[in-house]
Design a protein around this ligand. Structure first.
Ligand code: GRF
Length: 216
């Protein structure tokens, strides 16, 4: 099997992209990031990608007459680059259904809470952590999952809990969870590159070594 080809879709600062890139650089992932796509031409993530010599793409639905047209351009550019998996890392736009049909169970997302709690439409960015604090739950965490047509709903690949401290607010909790995101996402990318994740109905089955489940 050749090296797995990844595309990253992101809208903002790109710290998860950096974390994945670092692990590729260190050799723990048998794959490459072939391009970074953003809806936001000023996104920091594009700046980082340029610095590291990774191709950047700026694409937005507003550039096209219809979502279908946008989607087909996206599908074409992924096929052209032989992309195996699309990694959403803070991508703030909904992925068109046509695109998901072209890449079934090949689009992955990271969510900064333990799904299915605190997920779905409207749960993004600081709102997730605000809702966690307001509800008073004692654990939040990280979820990496495949993307389907419903927000935050596809098969879960990996989760890790993070304790909500009594003194936490949305900002401190976000920062603490982000540290674990940076460990969790590269781990899953490694697993995908090793072909250790299979899907059975709405569940994923992991066939890698048991010790890799632990986040240090
Ligand atoms: C992360 O918290 C991720 O869970 C969410 O968006 C944020 C992206 O952060 N989906 P970054 O751009 O990777 O720094």
């Amino acid at each position: 099997m050749g090296r797995t080809q990844f595309a990253v879709f992101a809208s903002g600062r790109g710290s998860n992209f950096s974390a994945i890139y670092d692990q590729i650089h260190s050799g723990s992932i048998d794959g490459d990031i072939v391009c970074v796509l953003s809806n936001n031409k000023d996104a920091q993530v594009l700046e980082k990608a340029r610095q590291w010599g990774i191709e950047t793409l700026h694409q937005n639905t507003s550039h096209y007459a219809t979502v279908a047209e946008f989607s087909s351009v996206l599908v074409h550019s992924m096929h052209e680059r032989n992309v195996d998996y699309i990694l959403l890392a803070g991508y703030m736009k909904k992925i068109p259904a046509d695109f998901l049909r072209a890449f079934p169970q090949k689009v992955v997302n990271i969510h900064p809470a333990l799904l299915p709690a605190f997920g779905g439409k409207g749960f993004y960015g600081e709102r997730v952590h605000q809702a966690v604090i307001e509800r008073g739950v004692k654990w939040s965490g990280v979820t990496v999952h495949f993307v389907d047509e419903i927000y935050d709903h596809g098969p879960i690949i990996f989760q890790w809990p993070v304790r909500v401290g009594d003194e936490d607010n949305a900002e401190t909790l976000a920062a603490h969870i982000l540290e674990y995101e940076h460990k969790a996402y590269p781990k899953v990318v490694r697993w995908l590159s090793k072909d250790w994740i299979q899907i059975q109905k709405n569940r994923t089955i992991y066939s890698g070594p048991e010790e890799e489940w632990i986040l240090e």
